[in-house]
Every structure is written in C-alpha cells, then in structure tokens.
Design a protein around this ligand. Structure first.
Ligand SMILES: Nc1ncnc2c1ncn2[C@@H]1O[C@H](COP(=O)(O)OP(=O)(O)O)[C@@H](O)[C@H]1O
Ligand SMILES: [Mg+2]
Length: 255
C-alpha cells in the first residue's frame, strides 16, 4: 500500500509539474503574440502614413521632390524594419524547433561581410553613420553563407540600432585554425551584469524603448555560430560602446 500511495503521489506531482509547464508555455506564447503584434504594427502604421502623404501630394498636383524623397526614405526604413523582424521570427522558430539545416561550403567570408555592409549603406547614409570594414579583404572559410550572413546582419543592425549614430567597424582576422569577426560600435553599451543576458531569448536590456526588436537576434546568432563550432562573445562599456566577437573555425569537421 505504501508503494501504491507513493506511486500515486508521484503521478500527482508529475501532473502538477506538467500542468505548470503547460501554463507557462501558454503564457509565454500569449506574451510573444502580443509583443509580436505590437512590434509589427508600429512600422506598418508609419509606412501607411508616409504612403498617404505621398498620395496626397500627387492628388493635389504639388509634388515637392524633397518631401517626397523624405517620405520614401522613411518608407524604405520601415520596410527594412519589418523585414528584419520577420527574419528574426522565422529563424527563431526554425532554431527552437531544431529544424535548422546547415550547408557548409568554402566561401569568401570577407565578401559576405562587405555585401552586408552594402545592404545597409542606404540606412547608414540616412542616419549619417560611418561604417567601415577593416582587416582581411578576402578570406576563404567553410561556412553556411546564409547563416553566417545572418549573424553579420544581426550584429550590423544592432550596431546601427544601439550605436547612437557613432561609427561602426567590422574587422576580419585570421587566428590560427579560426577566424574572428569583430563588430565595434560607440553606442549605448551594455551593463557588466547583462553581458551574458543579451544572448538569451526575448532578453532586451537597457533603454530599448522606441527601438524595434524581439530580443531574438543574438539568441539565433549564437545558435548559428555554435552550429559552426564557434563562439560569440561581447565586451562593452556603458555609454562608450560595444564590441561583439565571432570566432569560427576555418574548416568544418576538424575539431
Ligand atoms: N551593439 C549593442 N549595443 C548595446 N546593446 C546591444 C547591442 N546589441 C544588442 N544589445 C542589447 O542586447 C539585446 C538583444 O539583442 P538582439 O537579440 O539582437 O535583440 P533585438 O535587437 O531584437 O533587441 C538588445 O535588445 C539590446 O538590449
Ligand atoms: Mg538584433
């Protein structure tokens, strides 16, 4: 009888644990849905406003090129914002479902870095943020170009979002059997006790109000880098800036 009771108590405890887990999962999902809708609606609202303004100008027959250009610049920025939010969500859902597939091949990682910078040249110009690439101008490494590109993309977007308009530098180096990519900004920085937190999912630290994001980019980036057998770390001084370092092997399957 003692065993029987212990068994039932065990089942009751297990049920309570499962119920607790399910409740937490539901509330995490509800929270994610509400944050997601809010984040996505903000750029859509702004985009619609800009398009209505452009439409009104046309209709009134007084197109002011400077005002129109400004509207279009803002519109492009909002579409970029939406795109990067959607990208974060898609990547996050694949990574957390364990469904991400990697295709490693020899690639010029310096070229992937410069392509990413070129994609952001327009928003850097609008925000008057100087961006430069230093170190190796060409470097062959065995990476998944899409995933490595998304890591660079997220680090550059973060440097632009949290970099307070200061210069952004991307530095590529060879280091023995590895290569390193450092992304430096001179922005708001990260408090010492939050340096590890930023890689956790949904975690946004410091003053992020008004800056779009889900807090998923670094979580996904870390998963991508680890799938390459690499590491991602950060050093930062609040108010002075941050430096993210990605270190990945030049060849896969040697470790
Ligand atoms: N370059 C940076 N400077 C200062 N803080 C940063 C920087 N990059 C990331 N962070 C902090 O880490 C958090 C997580 O980054 P990330 O996962 O890319 O999420 P998101 O960009 O969507 O907010 C950010 O919300 C921000 O608080
Ligand atoms: Mg980000």
């Amino acid at each position: 009888l003692g065993e029987e009771l212990a068994g039932r108590a065990g089942i009751a405890l297990e049920n309570a644990r499962l119920f607790g887990e399910a409740t937490r999962a539901v509330s995490a999902r509800d929270n994610l849905l509400s944050v997601t809708s809010h984040e996505l609606r903000t750029p859509v609202t702004s985009l619609k406003l800009q398009l209505q303004m452009a439409r009104r100008q046309l209709k009134a027959g007084k197109v002011e090129p400077a005002a129109l250009e400004r509207s279009l610049d803002i519109s492009i920025k909002q579409v970029d914002r939406l795109n990067s939010l959607i990208e974060d969500l898609l990547n996050f859902s694949s990574v957390s479902a364990g469904k991400m597939r990697y295709h490693f091949a020899r690639n010029d990682v310096a070229a992937i870095v410069s392509e990413t910078l070129e994609r952001h040249a327009e928003s850097a110009r609008i925000g008057k943020t100087p961006m430069k690439q230093t170190g190796l101008a060409s470097l062959e490494a065995e990476v998944d170009p899409l995933r490595f590109g998304q890591v660079v993309e997220n680090l550059v977007t973060n440097a632009l979002k949290y970099g307070a308009g200061g210069p952004v530098e991307l530095e590529l180096r060879e280091a023995g059997l590895d290569f390193t990519l450092r992304v430096r900004d001179q922005g708001i920085g990260i408090a010492p006790d939050k340096l590890n937190t930023v890689f956790e999912r949904y975690e946004r630290v410091g003053p992020t109000q008004g800056i779009s994001g889900f807090g998923l980019g670094l979580y996904v980036s870390r998963a991508f880098v680890q799938a390459h057998g690499g590491t991602i770390t950060v050093e930062s001084t609040p108010g002075k800036g941050s430096c993210f370092t990605v270190k990945m092997p030049l060849r896969q399957g040697l470790a």
